[in-house]
Design a protein around this ligand. Structure first.
Ligand code: GLA
Length: 383
């Protein structure tokens, strides 16, 4: 019997789709595994290396097995998985609950148990399971239940990442299927507009994700800078401030942190954002509490998220979605601290990595357009 959860905190890793689209192969996977280790990403917590769509042949073999494309993966998927494991990382792959994947390769519909057994044999630790080409009569709930059972039946611990896109009120039932994460939105694009749209659609739904079943707001676009081969993701890129805000929101909202840029050419700026240990610690906090939202009256385009942490601290994110700078105030009253309590807040800045000191009653910050400020607060007796 397994005594621990497979996903006690949001999964962290890298996925091929945002940047590489169908241009994936064994060398890319090896080089990416090397880069995850050498860049420090592994030490920062990124552990899953996930191959997305387009890894197989367009048809199954005579026995109904999925066949890795021999041109892309001459050693098969097992060789890629073995290399990833040798690096101390975990290996993920992609399939779909319909008859075809979103890019037109064979899906796992009515092959669930056969494919799950194959994945387990190859050493797969994580399955991203998409939602295209479903036979009309099939809702996704049954199909995710089915793959969950198939994976569990292999006896191997395999994360089921349900790429459901947020239809059919997925947040209400996905946990009961046995899935460990659930994509809750359409595909992210490398643009501020896409980030803003995804976040706005999930602010009200934060409480539905928790340990062993997290709300997946899609892969990160940090570090893409408008590049890559994916015409659907490529959308001009974001500013550094926007990438920072994107990462901070994914961290505060307990989303999986799955990198989508080319980590073989990770820029210093992107590395700093992706390896911010203070933000990662917020995302990986063992209590996995969802944040609550505090409205900001001074600025209609700004909001504050407060997430209780396991060590009697609170992660506080000030966010400005407006197109000009804004002053944003958090009244500690809104966190539960009345003036009569005799407490102030000891504040630590998670972007500058330094203490700001004690604040009483409230804390106001000025935030640039599309920017953020992330701090940790700890109640401190003032007597
Ligand atoms: C869907 C998913 C994406 C990606 C593609 C692959 O669009 O939402 O994340 O996996 O399919 O075809």
């Amino acid at each position: 019997m397994r005594e621990t959860m497979i996903c006690p905190t949001p999964p962290m890793g890298w996925n091929s789709w945002n940047t590489f689209y169908d241009k994936i192969n064994e060398s890319l996977i090896r080089e990416t595994a090397d880069a995850i280790v050498e860049s420090g990403l592994k030490d920062a917590g990124y552990e899953y290396l996930i191959i997305d769509d387009c890894w197989s042949m367009k048809e199954r073999d005579a026995q109904g097995n999925l066949v890795p494309d021999p041109e892309k993966f001459p050693g098969g998927i097992k060789a890629a998985a073995d290399y990833v494991h040798e690096k101390g990382l975990k290996f993920g792959i992609y399939s779909c609950c319909g008859t075809r994947t979103c890019a037109g390769y064979p899906g796992s519909f009515e092959h669930e148990f056969q494919d799950a057994a194959q994945f387990a044999e190859w050493g797969v630790d994580y399955l991203k399971y998409d939602n295209c080409s479903r036979p009309r009569s099939q809702g996704t709930e049954m199909l995710y239940r089915r793959m969950s059972m198939a994976l569990r039946s292999t006896g191997r611990d395999i994360v089921l990442a349900a790429c459901q896109w947020g239809t059919e009120n997925v947040h209400r039932w996905i946990r009961s299927t046995g899935a460990h994460t659930f994509r809750s939105t359409v595909d992210i694009q490398d643009s501020w507009n896409s980030i803003e749209t995804i976040v706005s659609s999930q602010l009200e739904l934060q409480a539905f994700g928790s340990a062993d079943c997290f709300n997946d707001m899609d892969m990160l676009v940090v570090g893409m800078n408008g590049g890559g081969f994916n015409p659907e993701t490529k959308m001009g890129g974001c500013t550094e401030a926007e990438y920072q805000t994107h990462f901070a929101l994914w961290a505060m909202m307990n989303s999986p942190l799955i990198i989508g840029c080319d980590v073989r050419e990770l820029s210093k700026e992107a590395g700093n954002i992706l390896m911010n240990a203070d933000l990662i610690a917020i995302n990986q906090d063992s209590e996995c509490r969802s944040a609550y939202q505090v409205d900001v009256y001074e600025s209609p385009d700004s909001f504050i998220l407060v997430k209780p942490l396991s060590n009697n601290e609170y992660a506080v994110g000030y966010f400005n979605f407006g197109d000009s700078k804004a002053n944003v105030t958090l009244n500690f009253w809104d966190m539960g601290l009345s003036s009569a309590a005799g407490y102030g807040m000891d504040v630590y800045d998670c972007l500058d990595h330094q203490s700001i000191g004690i604040k009483r009653e409230y804390m106001t910050v000025q935030i640039p357009a599309h920017g953020c400020r992330i701090v940790r607060m700890k109640p401190k007796g003032m007597s």
